[in-house]
Design a protein around this ligand. Structure first.
Ligand SMILES: *Cc1c(COP(=O)(O)O)cnc(C)c1O
Length: 388
């Protein structure tokens, strides 16, 4: 490819394609974040977010990547030395564990094979053994972006309730919010962590904590030192529509537009669209004769699919061919999956023909990179898309 004409295909599982409507909304003059017009924007996004998280509780917005919201969730609710339980679902769960360890939390890490979601039965037995109530928090990555396996947060909640354990429940929805069904209140989540650059279709730079009343109470006795991430000044300023320090004003313009788009489409339709594109993608992968990394069909992610090329074929070499020939970025294998998988992002602002283009690029790339496969993946996906 000598000159990259046409649009780049950004088919990584975040950041996702930012719709023109959002780009235009962000291209407005920055306003005084302490002036009278700002509060309207502040209230509008803080209220609008509640529908997306499905909560009546408070949501705080940080000018930060998702990693910042991970840290905020931990340092506002817990204290150094607290024991927490996390599941090794993949790379992101491992990174969150590393952060918790560095902060001085005592992490019980339930081992996993990076091909399955978090197991509620293992959680239940771990909590039953915790007779002294030492475990203060349970952290689950809802949609493990490195593997394409999604955990059932409602089953996790039920496991905690069966034991009657008092631990706080934390869910990372960075790659599932506004792409896959999620219910902060109904599922009894105490802190939901999210980011702007995936299902919300925004550029990177905003992240979120949705906070239950129980989590707010826990924050009163949390002994972690904190300043930038402290919920209290945030919640206090948010009462009048403002922020304690300069917010990312233009990203908030984009967020207002994103919330508008999600309302127009309807969240249930957004989820159905993601389910449909995920199923079409899996049909393509199966027709190629390639393996889907996630082993349990009930755990398939609707925002991305991680694919294993046959042994001896480097996934990064394939991704390189696809980028150079077709100007399309696919997700790389992360952590111990480096070079072993490629990930097709099908979340955010996306439609049938974008998926058709994406899968066509993969199918041609497989041929060009000499990866053994059967033809017909694109056809299988198109047949499915045309059938409903
Ligand atoms: C993308 C992602 C993160 C990391 O978010 P950053 O914005 O890169 O800090 C964490 N967890 C999950 C599940 C993700 O998909």
């Amino acid at each position: 490819m000598s000159f990259p004409s046409g649009k780049h295909f950004l088919q990584i599982p975040g950041p996702t394609n930012v719709p023109d409507r959002i780009l235009r909304a962000m291209a407005q003059p920055t306003i005084d974040h302490r002036g009278p017009d700002f509060a309207r924007l502040g209230f509008e996004v803080l209220e609008g977010l509640q529908d997306v998280f499905k909560t009546r509780s408070k949501i705080v917005v940080f000018p930060a990547s998702g990693t910042g919201a991970w840290e905020a969730a931990l340092v506002n609710t817990l204290s150094p030395g607290d024991r927490v339980l996390m599941f090794e679902t993949g790379h992101f769960a491992t990174l969150w564990r590393e952060m918790a360890t560095r902060l001085g939390l005592d992490v019980l890490f339930v081992p996993g094979d990076w091909r399955h979601a978090a197991d509620p039965e293992l959680l239940e037995s771990a909590l039953r053994e915790d007779r002294g109530g030492r475990i203060k928090g349970v952290m689950v990555v809802h949609n493990e972006t490195s593997t394409g396996a999604a955990s059932s947060i409602s089953n996790i909640r039920q496991a905690i309730d069966r034991v009657g354990h008092g631990a706080l429940l934390f869910a990372d929805t960075i790659s599932s919010l506004a792409s896959m069904d999620y219910r902060h209140d109904e599922w009894g989540v105490d802190v939901t962590v999210a980011g702007s650059q995936k299902g919300l279709m925004l550029p990177p730079g905003l992240s979120f904590n949705a906070i239950s009343e129980k989590a707010q109470k826990a924050s009163n006795s949390s002994a972690f030192p904190k300043s930038y991430w402290d919920w209290q000044p945030m919640l206090a300023a948010n009462k009048t529509g403002f922020f304690p320090y300069t917010p990312a004003t233009n990203l908030l313009y984009g967020l207002r537009e994103s919330l508008c788009m999600l309302r127009e489409e309807g969240l249930d339709n957004v989820f159905a669209r993601h389910n449909r594109h995920a199923e079409a993608t899996r049909r393509a992968v199966r027709a190629w004769g390639l393996e889907i990394l996630c082993l349990d069909p009930s755990q398939y992610s609707s925002s991305l699919t991680a694919v294993l090329p046959p042994p001896g074929n480097n996934a990064d070499a394939l991704r390189k061919v696809i980028l150079e020939r077709f100007n399309m970025s696919l997700g790389s294998g992360l952590g111990k999956l480096q070079g072993k998988v490629f990930r097709i992002g099908h979340l955010g602002d996306f439609n049938d023909l974008m998926l058709a283009g994406t899968l066509s690029g993969v199918e041609m790339g497989l041929t060009l990179a000499g990866v053994p496969h059967c033809p017909g993946g694109v056809t299988a996906a198109l047949d499915y898309l045309a059938s409903l």
